[in-house]
Design a protein around this ligand. Structure first.
Ligand code: ADP
Length: 777
């Protein structure tokens, strides 16, 4: 069955040579109970370890079932220990953090036996050793004899052909020793049992064969055996511990030292906490900066007017260094006049602007000079009204209708949103005090200032009779409706050929072409910094003007005015400027008076300007469009500074991350030292080097992952007091915001770093010599 051929094993320590095995040759039968007797230090354990594959021989050969082990690889030895050999030790060597069942199952766990079968076999083994009633206890709850029975159950659970026992009764009293010997004797009926002992009485009483050992040599053999040539050979099932088993093993081990684990996790999470808080803060500050910038942009949009000033042209005119020698005087326009540039703003340009990327400019307001024919029923009677805030009392009574027509409609135009997603301009910058934000072109809003006051004329011009200081409930104003009448319903042609506003306003209001505008909401600017984006009073959508324009473009009065050189309403002669003004007011001119572009941030504003500059490339001077950049001088420094500060702080926090990595390495190393015995036992049960590495890697994985999660959790908790303090000091709320992506990345970093830190000690653990590990105290 098993044969040692001239086995030698020498130890050189210091200057002395120990011959632990000095040319040992012996053969064992398939079934017998062999006791190896001898004084301490004679080499008995060494022989047992060599037979069990825990220790390597220097020379000679160990032949198992006729198969030489000279060419055995690590994996073969691992499989051999797992499949064919069971070990019993003097000090039981149970793994204390595992249950009795788990201890007995461990060998089968390593070889991947399915759970149900594993449990059945373990139960049978425990019944066999007489522990039926103690199966579900913890090892620490058992007596010495019971613990040794568990160890025996573990050794026979895989039904090995060879059972090796090293002083199995050395730690037991004589009564219990007898019982254990009886049990081993039982087991030897089915297999080869080799037992090391220095107790001759027990050896002679129970063993079939006694071999006496001294100085690394066999001195006497009571029943020698000669191995026959013919052997049936044997096959090895290689072992493999799954990552899941490694994780479970480590998790149970960690559970036995909760206090230490918590401290470790806490200490290693400090780096993560630091970085997470810094990122959360910089994240929040950046958002705040973006918000401030966007607010600033709201009050300083890029503006394109009908008449622009070409600042470049203005500069070139002033660079005169030499005096003229001419004897004449030249008539010339002033530099400022020369710089005046008329922007043509054709439809193609408006289309071009509309194609601007929405991330650069979220909203654009196009203002037209067109008037609106507004009427409203006040006290049962229709009257003309306007959105204007100019004083209605100062204009002469009979000219008021004309005034309304010739000064445009008044009120403010708010820009329309350019994508279906995201907030509108009003939603971004204006707080809704009552009602709802406008959703249609016919929805209008009342803009009040920070003190909730509104220009009195805005209400007077709407037909309200108001006294100064009078207060209105929100509901008195919300829902107010105004009729918007088309030119063809509003103006009637007199027999003289001139046009005048109709006398029958109620008929005009009832026309099917008349639109009803509603005040849907009362809004107030949100931020202290961006007051006055829209003037106090009525604000309407730039889409509404476009609708009015499209409708009135082809109206009778516009057509008539186009034909006529005189004012179509008064019959008076007029100059070119007045003519254009009247045409514009009537809706006959579809060129906007101004375009306002609202960039999202300072950075995006540069993109907007670049986009506008692109239009002018290669165009003639007259076709160029000149814009005014109101925010031009405000530079974008804050963003870069924020980044720099973040890098520095993250670097500091990173140092503590490295520190915790080193700490994890130290702790893993300590754990390796503590668990030396366990490593030996696992190896005796057939664990591969890789499996041992896996067990410790799994432990650091749990610690690293736990530290990461814990760190993120604490950092998240910290954002609350930090935000409270910041709100107190700076008035900014919700600055520290932890980005979920950052959180995930930090947990990953923590896990990977601790895995790296623990991997070196884990590899050291794997390399530990099994025989030495088992000798450790
Ligand atoms: P026994 O089991 O009979 O008491 P051992 O097999 O444990 O004897 O030891 C045999 C000899 O080998 C002893 O002298 C011991 O000191 C020596 N020995 C065992 N292991 C080592 C080792 N790893 N390094 C050096 N000497 C060792």
């Amino acid at each position: 069955m098993l044969e040692l051929k001239h086995i030698k094993k020498y130890y050189h320590v210091g200057g002395t040579l120990t011959k632990a095995q000095d040319d040992v040759s012996v053969a064992f039968r398939k079934q017998e109970f062999v006791a190896i007797l001898g004084p301490s230090g004679s080499g008995k354990t060494t022989m047992l370890n060599i037979i069990g594959g825990l220790d390597r021989y220097d020379s000679g050969d160990l032949v198992i079932k006729g198969k030489s082990t000279k060419d055995f690889k690590d994996a073969d030895w691992d499989a051999y220990r797992n499949n064919s050999v069971g070990f019993i030790f003097q000090s039981y060597n149970l793994i204390s953090h595992l249950s009795i069942m788990e201890n007995v199952e461990m060998g089968m766990t390593l070889s991947g036996v399915p759970a149900a079968e594993k449990q059945k076999r373990a139960e049978n083994a425990l019944i066999r050793v007489g522990l039926k009633d103690h199966m579900h206890k913890q090892p620490s709850q058992l007596s010495g004899g019971q613990m040794q029975r568990v160890a025996i159950a573990r050794a026979i659970a895989n039904d090995p052909e060879i059972l090796l026992a090293d002083e199995p009764t050395g730690a037991l009293d004589s009564q219990t020793s007898e019982e254990i010997m009886q049990l081993i004797k039982e087991l030897s009926k089915e297999r080869l049992v080799i037992m090391v002992t220095h107790n001759p009485d027990l050896a002679h009483k129970y063993a079939d064969r006694v071999i006496e050992f001294a100085d690394g040599q066999i001195k006497h053999d009571s029943n020698p055996h000669v191995e026959s040539e013919k052997q049936d050979g044997f096959k090895l099932n290689h072992t493999k511990m799954s990552y899941w088993t490694a994780l479970k093993l480590s998790a149970t081990n960690i559970r036995t030292k909760k206090g230490r684990t918590f401290l470790t996790v806490f200490a290693s999470s400090i780096g993560i906490i630091g970085i997470a808080v810094v990122l959360a803060l910089s994240n929040g500050f950046q958002k705040q900066i973006d918000k401030t910038q966007s607010e600033a942009m709201a009050s300083m949009p890029v503006t394109i007017s009908q008449v622009g000033t070409d600042t470049n042209a203005m500069m070139t005119g002033t660079e005169t260094k030499t005096f003229s020698k001419s004897s004449t005087v030249t008539a010339e326009k002033s530099a400022a006049d020369k710089a005046q540039h008329t922007n043509k703003l054709p439809q193609s340009y408006l289309d071009y602007i509309n194609k601007m990327p929405t991330k650069d400019a979220r909203s654009i307001a196009v203002t037209y000079g067109t008037g609106m024919n507004l009427v409203r029923k006040v006290n049962g009677k229709y009257q003309t009204v306007s959105f204007s805030t100019s004083n209605p009392d100062s204009s002469s009574v009979d000219a008021s209708a004309m005034m309304a027509a010739s000064t445009g409609v008044g009120g403010s135009v708010y820009p329309v949103k350019r994508t279906s997603s995201g907030k509108t301009f009003l939603q971004t910058y204006y707080k809704l005090l009552s009602g709802s934000y406008p959703t249609k072109a016919t929805d209008i809003v009342l803009v009040v200032d920070k003190k909730n006051t509104v220009n009195i004329n805005a209400l007077k011009n709407l037909g309200f009779s108001v006294k100064e200081g009078q207060k209105f409930n929100f509901n008195d104003l919300i829902g107010t409706s105004v009729q918007l009448v088309a030119n063809d319903d509003y103006y009637t042609k007199l027999p003289t050929g001139t046009y005048l506003p109709t006398q029958d306003l109620s008929k005009a209001a009832a026309s099917s072409n008349t639109k009803t505008l509603h005040i849907t909401g009362i809004v107030r600017v949100k931020s202290k910094n961006s007051d006055g984006l829209l003037a106090s009073g009525i604000a309407y959508s730039s889409a509404l003007t476009k609708q009015v324009l499209d409708e009135n473009k082809s109206s009778a009065i516009v057509a008539a005015q186009k034909q006529s050189t005189t004012n179509i309403m008064t019959g008076q002669q007029m100059d070119q400027a007045t003519r254009t003004a009247i045409m514009t007011t009537l809706g006959g001119v579809s060129t906007p008076t101004s375009v306002q572009i609202y960039p999202t941030t300072f950075k995006q504003k540069d993109k907007v300007l670049a986009y506008l500059d692109k239009w002018n490339k290669g165009k003639s001077k007259a076709d160029k469009v000149i814009y005014t950049d109101l925010a031009g001088t405000v530079s974008d420094m804050t963003g870069g500074l924020m980044d720099a500060i973040t890098y520095v702080l993250v670097a500091f926090a990173g140092i503590s991350l490295v520190t915790s990595m080193i700490m994890i390495a130290i702790i893993t190393y300590t754990s390796v030292l503590e668990r030396t015995k366990e490593i030996g036992v696992l190896k005796a049960l057939g664990a591969r080097k890789k499996d041992i590495t896996r067990v410790f890697d799994a432990e650091t994985f749990i610690l690293g992952f736990g530290a990461g999660l814990f760190g993120i959790f604490v950092a998240w908790l910290l954002t609350f007091p930090i935000n409270a303090v910041l709100a107190n000091v700076t008035g900014l709320s919700g600055v520290a915001v932890l980005n979920p992506v950052h959180a995930i990345i930090l947990v990953l970093i923590s896990t990977i770093l601790t895995l790296l830190g623990g991997h070196v000690p884990a590899r050291m653990a794997a390399k530990k010599d099994a025989a030495i590990a088992l000798r450790a105290e």
